[in-house]
Design a protein around this ligand. Sequence first.
Ligand code: ZN
Length: 133
Amino acid sequence: MTKIEHIGIAVSNLEKANSIYTKILGLEPYKKEIVDSEGVITSFFQTKNTKIELLQGLDENNAISKFIDKKGEGIHHIAFEVENIEKEIKRLKKLGFKIINETPKKGADNKLICFIHPKSAHHVLIELCQEIK
Ligand code: ZN
């Protein structure tokens, strides 16, 4: 793992959340993106050394809407950047971690991603992401 690539925050209204985080961070989101594979719409803010990802579900049946139903809005995941996601998945599996999707999928912001199950990580959902080159 090289750094915290971003922190993902589940929100129920992306436009409202964008305007709040624009005020907090003093900058505008640099992109807004629909991620079909996840059924979500996201926006990204670039701070000096990491990013903030806001995520809103597009229907009832995606992970973000379900998360908000259960727990309310808030921090949803922490994403660590990795250089070789396949290698990291193998390494973590060997150590006994439960990986939610063992085949990396295309996530937002030009990344290959996978998630470590929160039960394996003290109830924190951890995303691994590798830049697609
Ligand atoms: Zn993320």
